[in-house]
Design a protein around this ligand. Structure first.
Ligand code: HEC
Ligand code: HEC
Length: 182
């Protein structure tokens, strides 16, 4: 597991970058903002791990939501009314804002390389947006470490999304890995 997991995600990252490179300025989009390269938020200096839930909530409200909303609206205007629930789900309060959120679209399991490639083909723009904007932005805003083969405990897509049930390559160990902050 220790070898296959990083491999699958590593390859997926490469795919994300390749997708990013070939579509910097989408052709048929008239919106002025859409053509400009999105500006990702600067890395904050907070110590997320040490913050209380109350402090986290405040920071989410004052900084994370407004910054992330800018990016989401740049991707698709339908997010102009983005709220905490867009990420945390309709049961955000009951669930005490725990992530990942099972209401978000399910992703392939961490070892399901083919599943990720298929997803990237089916939804290239969304996957590119998630991988090149959403993930790095939340990592910067929370001052976390991003997942990489060298930082296997880092923040990944699974910090927000859960996996599809019965993802073929997800070994019995996968749920544990997902719960560990992937
Ligand atoms: C762009 C997605 C996104 C949005 C929007 C968002 N959050 Fe979060 N939030 C996260 C992620 C991701 C985490 C978990 C970070 C981690 O791995 O520890 C989190 C964690 C939290 C936590 C900490 C939970 C705990 O157990 O410590 C609280 C509280 C929280 N969010 C509240 C809010 C509130 C309130 C809003 C709206 C003002 C909001 N969030 C908007 C992504 C988001
Ligand atoms: C900070 C939390 C967060 C992270 C990290 C994240 N996502 Fe998402 N993702 C979301 C939210 C929020 C949506 C929008 C859900 C909606 O529209 O209701 C979403 C939507 C999606 C969609 C569906 C898009 C569509 O239009 O159908 C895909 C596919 C996706 N994410 C893939 C990924 C992948 C792959 C990664 C890792 C590279 C990732 N996400 C990382 C929060 C996140």
């Amino acid at each position: 597991m220790k070898t296959t997991l990083p491999l699958a995600l590593g390859i997926f990252c490469v795919a994300g970058v390749a997708l990013a490179a070939d579509r910097v300025a989408p052709a048929g989009k008239p919106a002025a903002d859409a053509a400009a390269a999105p500006k990702l938020p600067a890395r904050s200096t907070i110590d997320w791990e040490k913050m209380t839930v109350a402090q986290r909530k405040k920071y989410m409200k004052a900084t994370v939501l407004p910054e992330m909303k800018k990016l989401y609206v740049g991707f698709d205007k339908k997010y102009k009314n983005m709220t905490c629930m867009t990420c945390h789900g309709s049961k955000a309060v009951e669930n005490k804002y725990q992530m990942p959120n099972p209401e978000l679209p399910k992703l392939p399991g961490a070892t399901d390389r083919q599943g990720f490639m298929a997803l990237a083909q089916k939804k290239p723009d969304a996957v590119k947006f998630m991988g090149t904007q959403v993930k790095p932005a939340i990592v910067a805003l929370l001052n976390l470490q991003e997942w990489s083969p060298a930082t296997p405990k880092g923040f990944a897509c699974y910090g927000c999304h859960t996996t599809a049930e019965g993802a073929p390559a997800a070994a019995p160990a996968a749920p544990k890995a997902a719960g560990g902050g992937w």
